[in-house]
Design a protein around this ligand. Structure first.
Ligand code: NI
Length: 194
């Protein structure tokens, strides 16, 4: 298994739309396994292929749920070519983060329930109904596949704070050089919320 590099906000690949997966082969399975491993090492609950620089409609997710007996069950796996079939008008509130925005969490409103069709790594079709945190995770990851990021859903002041924080993070990590003029179409401006 190989740990992959997680792209940080400002990387253009995070704003691109991923392509449908056509080949359900060993390479896809290996990519999914590497993504799952990378996600676990980063303590994430979801990771979209865009975030490791691959424009395929694939994400991995894993949410540990502690039962009454204290045992932890992990729910998750790999999701390919997901399509949102339905979402509830009823909304949920909760803080959200993203591995491409390390350490940042802000409140994001999401539908409480969703219905999603998708394929597994073998190419078999499934439809699933999800609610609460599971719905939030899947919606967040499906957004990634369309180049949409959680900051696009934030209130204005939170969005400004997030973009400021990630700019500082990029400088600290040496991902950007200080005093360098912004590239054309400055990606830090991101895209307007829908
Ligand atoms: Ni994310």
């Amino acid at each position: 298994m190989a740990q992959m590099e997680i792209r940080i906000f400002g990387d253009p690949v995070l704003r691109q739309r991923a392509h449908d997966v056509q080949d359900f082969d060993g390479r896809l399975a290996t990519l999914a396994q590497d993504m799952l491993e990378t996600m676990r090492l980063a303590d994430g609950v979801g990771l979209a292929a865009n975030q490791v620089g691959v424009l395929k409609r694939l994400f991995t997710w894993e949410v540990p749920i502690e039962g009454e007996d204290g045992d932890v069950t992990r729910h998750g796996g790999a999701v390919v070519n997901p399509t949102l079939i339905d979402s509830s008008e009823e909304l949920q509130d909760g803080d959200e983060g993203c591995l491409s925005f390390p350490g940042l969490f802000y409140p994001v409103q999401r539908p409480l329930r969703v219905e999603v069709s998708y394929q597994d790594l073998a190419g078999d079709d499934h439809t699933v109904q999800l609610e609460d945190f599971f719905a939030r995770v899947w919606l967040h990851e499906m957004d990634h596949l369309n180049g949409i990021l959680f900051v696009d859903h934030l209130a204005k002041h939170d969005r400004r704070a997030a973009l400021r924080a990630i700019r500082e993070y990029r400088l600290e990590q040496g991902l950007d050089e200080p005093d360098k003029p912004a590239p054309p179409g400055n990606l830090l401006l991101g895209r307007r919320s829908r």
